[in-house]
Design a binder for this molecule. Structure first.
Ligand SMILES: Cc1cc2nc3c(=O)[nH]c(=O)nc-3n(C[C@H](O)[C@H](O)[C@H](O)COP(=O)(O)O)c2cc1C
Length: 373
């Protein structure tokens, strides 16, 4: 089934293989997507669907050095180069929109202020890659520093951030994307509102489950009003606890989120089971419950193999399967999977930052091997 076509809203995907969002930190000055990035994504256009790397909706939303933005004209023009190249190569691509919230550093914040979050709690668990001196020679990644202490958003500031999401969604369509994916996973801003231990607010955005889901709901409503709910996907990470995004009753919380998103008519729900090695086992009963509550397209990501993917599709709790790290190292991944060819191994040292090395120089399979179907 992995190699059968799938209809998703206005898009027809030639296969069920998704390239999930992966930050590669190679944007140019001004956080503008580059021709090299266009080449990288176009090389992977045989994916049923490409989701771009996390792309900030505002300067405040940036968390790492050299991640692309989509909040000014130069950034929109940069992305247009990417989407044109992907479409010319026969592919489909949506933009992953993120605001990292507290997973940032004063060096990246406008005016050097504190990063913002639902609450003034520091992210836990990982360090941020930033270059506090601004752009410099790349040694793979910028200097590693701890997160800065965030401040809680004043309630009056929240509508402005919701508007930034809506504007970014409009910009994404202008930049030629086929839709957008809201990053509600992995401990970034939306996730900082959802999870009970990250959100300590006592106003209408905290406390009850309904209140913790309010920011997600408002953002989805705003982007859907701008570009249509069928062009909106949402990524959630129910069971991972990245960057201190911990919920006391995650199954109840995320089933409620899935129900909410079903009611809002979003086009797809993208479940991140793993971010790297952090991969708690997700019970099948939970996946089946998600399927009952959410009637749109369901994508799963996290250490999938062809066998596990086929099983998920056959059991019916997934419609599409994302392959992350394998796609970094194998531009022709769908063909390799279909033909059972060996895979190139990804090189972690070149995941973040740098140029073509470890980005656009992974070889496709030998022509001789790929001619017999
Ligand atoms: C280098 C790298 C960067 C990533 N960046 C993002 C990101 O920007 N947004 C996101 O939602 N997930 C991100 N992820 C998580 C992937 O989308 C995916 O969920 C993860 O790699 C698990 O899938 P895999 O086991 O097939 O690699 C990243 C993963 C890697 C390896």
């Amino acid at each position: 089934m992995l190699f059968s076509p799938y209809r998703m809203g206005a898009l027809t995907l030639p296969n069920r293989i998704v390239m999930p969002p992966m930050t590669r930190s190679r944007a140019a000055d001004g956080n503008v997507a580059t021709p090299l990035m266009a080449r990288y994504y176009a090389e992977r256009a045989s994916a049923g669907l490409i989701v771009s790397e996390g792309t900030q909706i505002s300067q405040q939303g940036q968390g790492y050095a050299w991640t692309p933005g989509i909040h000014d004209a130069a950034q929109v023009a940069g992305w247009l180069g990417v989407t044109d190249a992907v479409h010319a190569a026969g592919g489909r691509i949506v933009a992953q929109l993120w605001h990292v919230g507290r997973v940032s550093h004063t060096a990246l914040q406008p005016g050097g202020g504190a990063p913002v979050s639902s609450s003034a709690l520091q992210a836990q668990g990982v360090k941020v890659f930033v270059d506090p001196q601004g752009r410099g020679p790349l040694g793979g990644v910028g200097e590693m520093v701890q997160h800065s202490l965030p401040r809680a958003l004043a309630i009056e500031e929240i509508p402005g951030i919701v508007r930034d999401y809506a504007q970014a969604a409009r910009n994404a369509l202008q930049a030629g994307f086929d839709g957008i994916e809201l990053h509600g996973a992995n401990g970034y801003l939306i996730n900082q509102f959802i999870d009970s231990q990250a959100n300590q607010r006592t106003d209408g955005y905290g406390g009850s489950l309904q209140n913790r889901l309010r920011f997600l709901r408002e953002v989805v409503e705003a982007v859907a009003a701008e570009i249509g709910a069928d062009r909106v996907g949402v990524r959630l990470a129910p069971l991972t606890t990245l960057q201190g995004a911990v919920d006391d009753t995650p199954q109840a919380t995320y089933l409620a989120a899935a129900h909410l998103l079903d009611g809002l008519g979003v086009g797809y729900l993208h479940i991140a089971e793993a971010d790297w090695e952090d991969a708690p086992v997700m019970p099948v009963a939970f996946k089946e419950a998600l399927r009952m509550l959410y009637r749109g397209t369901l994508i799963y990501a996290g250490k999938y193999t062809v066998e596990r993917a086929e099983e998920a599709l056959a059991k019916g709790w997934a419609d599409l399967i994302a392959f992350g790290r394998p796609f970094i190292a194998n531009p022709d991944l769908p063909q390799r999977l279909r033909q059972g060819l060996a895979l190139n191994a990804p090189d972690k040292a070149t995941f973040f930052g740098g140029g073509a090395e470890g980005f656009t120089d992974y070889p496709v399979a030998e022509a001789a091997q790929t001619t017999d179907a």
